[in-house]
Design a binder for this molecule. Structure first.
Ligand code: NAI
Length: 338
């Protein structure tokens, strides 16, 4: 079978990781092109990737007939227009989360996909490809906890004193659309895709005052009510002292499941005069390294065999819809009906 020829777009914090996975660890994929407007990032690609064609501009990559699929790891504010342009150029698309910060833009992507239904588009909600979350999903589907009615989930990053998140806030959509959007997608997936009806949210700035300027926060909580009485309780933070701490609990009528309650980096336990402890995952990448690879492999396999991954643009639109409602509920101090 011919390999899927991929062009990666964006070689920043996460783009480089995707590029290395596609170049060296994804059967059925060939990384044939890479695009970044930044000279130093293209230099990195020249040094670390297997001789892809290098483009400073996205239009040039889209015009390259040897690219079957684009892999967008660009700032969130660019996702929707870049997906539409890729579809119009006849390319399949993988794009990092979230789909967009704006519902009208999500709809434009869905319309573009309808015009090019033979092409596949997937938004990277990476946790659906994590072995532990997938195991929890299968157990719930097999009835292990009865009827699941509550998800309690958090995405908490280690504090970064350099203020990366403050600079990032201008294009990320803020804490709820950047971080909680993962938990929103997880909650919908684990609860069987119920429709959200109402959202509450609150938040604070614990450390990063610079976020105030763009209306963002570094710690936020939210409650999502779904039709049929299901609930999600979410927490997101940029200021953890101990490391990246993503964990989720799913509570059902006959039991509960927990994923990642101890965010341990490995199985070593340290016993000394301070007690018993283990080291924590420093960033999202160490926690989800395997999941990013499984995600890439799953999408490439879906392109090669035409088997969808089950993660649709409607799921991605719904995550954005709920994330926007959380941001509005925080800003207004009022619940938002959906
Ligand atoms: P970053 O700022 O480190 O990288 C962005 C990249 O896009 C840079 O290489 C930049 O040169 C490139 N770029 C900017 N404008 C461009 C243009 N017009 N055409 C082509 N390339 C352009 O950002 P980071 O952290 O890598 O995030 C990228 C995306 O990945 C975001 O949407 C973010 O939400 C998502 N992300 C997802 C995570 C997950 O857990 N799934 C974790 C971290 C980020």
């Amino acid at each position: 079978m011919n390999p899927v020829r991929v062009g990666i777009v964006g070689l920043g914090r996460l783009g480089r990781r995707h590029a290395e996975n596609l170049a060296w660890r994804t059967p059925g994929a060939r990384l044939v092109a890479a695009c970044s407007p930044v000279d130093e990032e293209r230099e990195w690609a020249r040094a670390h990737l297997p001789e892809p064609a290098l483009h400073a501009n996205y239009g040039a990559l889209l015009a390259d007939p040897s690219v079957d699929a684009v892999w967008l790891v660009t700032p969130t504010s660019l996702h929707a227009p870049q997906i539409v342009a890729a579809l119009d150029a006849g390319k399949h698309v993988f794009c990092e989360k979230p789909l967009s910060l704006d519902l009208a833009e999500c709809d434009r992507v869905i319309e573009a996909h309808a015009r090019h239904a033979q092409l596949q588009v997937m938004i990277g909600f990476v946790r659906r490809f994590d072995a532990s979350y997938r195991d929890a999903f299968e157990r719930i589907r097999n009835g292990a906890i009865g009827r699941p009615f509550m998800v309690r989930s958090q995405t908490c990053d280690k504090n970064d004193p350099d203020g990366f998140f403050v600079r990032f806030a201008r294009t990320s959509g803020g804490l709820f659309l950047d971080c909680s959007v993962h938990d929103i997608d997880l909650a919908r997936w684990l609860l069987g895709n119920p429709r959200a009806t109402r959202v509450f949210a609150s938040g604070t700035i614990a450390l990063h005052e610079g976020l105030r300027e763009c209306g963002d926060i570094d710690n936020g909580v939210g409650v999502i009510e779904f039709e049929d009485g299901r609930l999600a309780v979410l927490y997101a933070s940029r200021t953890m002292a101990h490391g990246h701490d993503t964990q989720t609990e799913i509570i059902g009528t006959a039991g509960a499941l927990a994923v990642g309650r101890n965010p341990r980096v490995n199985r070593v336990e340290i016993a000394d005069e301070h007690g018993m402890r283990n080291a924590c995952t420093p960033t999202f990448f160490e926690r989800f390294e395997d999941a990013f690879l499984s995600e890439a492999q799953a999408f490439v396999a879906s392109l090669a065999h035409g088997t969808p991954t089950g993660l649709t643009l409607d799921d991605a639109r719904e995550a954005t819809r709920i994330g926007i409602a959380m941001r509005e509920a925080y800003a207004s101090g009022q619940p938002v009906k959906l």
